[in-house]
Design a protein around this ligand. Sequence first.
Ligand code: G3P
Ligand code: CA
Length: 392
Amino acid sequence: MGTQRPNEETSGTGRRALLGAAVLGAGGAVLGMTGTARADSARRGGQGGHGGLKSLPKPTIVGHRGASGYRPEHTFGSYQLALDMGADIVEAGDLVPTKDGHLVCRHEPEIGGTTDVADHPEFADRKKTKLLDGVSTTGWFAEDFTLAELKTLRASERIPANRPHNTLYNGRWEIPTFEEVLKWQDEQTRKRGKQVWIYPELKHPTYFRKQGLPLEERVAKLLRKYRKDRRTSPVVLQSFEPTSIERLNKLVDNPLVVLLSSADTRPWDFVETGDPRTVADLVKPAGLREIASYAQGIGPTLDLIIPRDAKGNLTQPTTLVADAHKVGLVLHPWTLRNENPFLPANFRKGTDADAYGDVFGAYKAYFATGIDGVFTDQPDTGVLAREDFVSG
Ligand code: G3P
Ligand code: CA
């Protein structure tokens, strides 16, 4: 089985030791920076970051696809709100290429679920069925559109059943490019007087490389252009394909994170190259040691941190946090969401698909394992949960 997953999964150490030099709280400043240093950083725009990945507040709150619990994902409306809510780092964006080779921010190649492309009769004949990492997928694909064509579309809410209020914003924002994101990062850093961090993910690198649209070189070229390709640059790169991260490791010096889906899955690059290992192999000490030779962190699904039982209730934590820390890897699992269907069963309240469960209880359980951060669709909730955790 590859890493292709449904679009939306329904799915410590002493807490004070986690704090390090972190400055915590909503809108918390860049770690350990004086006012003058912050102003300097802001002036330098994208060259900030200084202490690298480990200088981020802990547990780090990552705005997943922005603040996608409140706005259509991967839009500047969503990214902006994530910063306003105090996210330490914004997942801007998940990256896919256009037909003419530009990188744009969409969660996956298929754009029918997050844009109004179906309402554009001029693109009706672009609807196709493709094999995407072994899964037959029907819709409209970013790689079949030029950037100019994609820019005529508008973003919409992916999961209106869970987030009916977000549909208010359908049609408001266009699809951002990665280059626009890099400029936005610098603008926001200057405007806010604190370094803004981003956490882009390379989507389906093998799939795109086979189509003559490799991602890694394009990402590296843009990072170099904006001088954000350094170990201390405030840009963390992530991918579900370990070989893509290894490739990036040769191209840039940015902090790198290998994403890990459920234990029984196999990264798609492994499927294509005949590497028999599954995620269950990668989370063993030998697998983690190998990852640590080219990456600084892992992004496991939350179930690898605390598995759920057959009823969906949390069980006991695995040794993954301790094992990863032993080889120097940080852990940023995904994804905490406030709504019932995405929470472990024992943290749900009622059965409404758009109602919030006891997400603070879930945060408490996950933070207690010693994770270094977490991806969340609702960064404001994450920031409050961290405050609770830190204050004991
Ligand atoms: O990148 C962390 C998390 O976003 C991985 O899941 O599918 O939402 O990109 P996905
Ligand atoms: Ca992602």
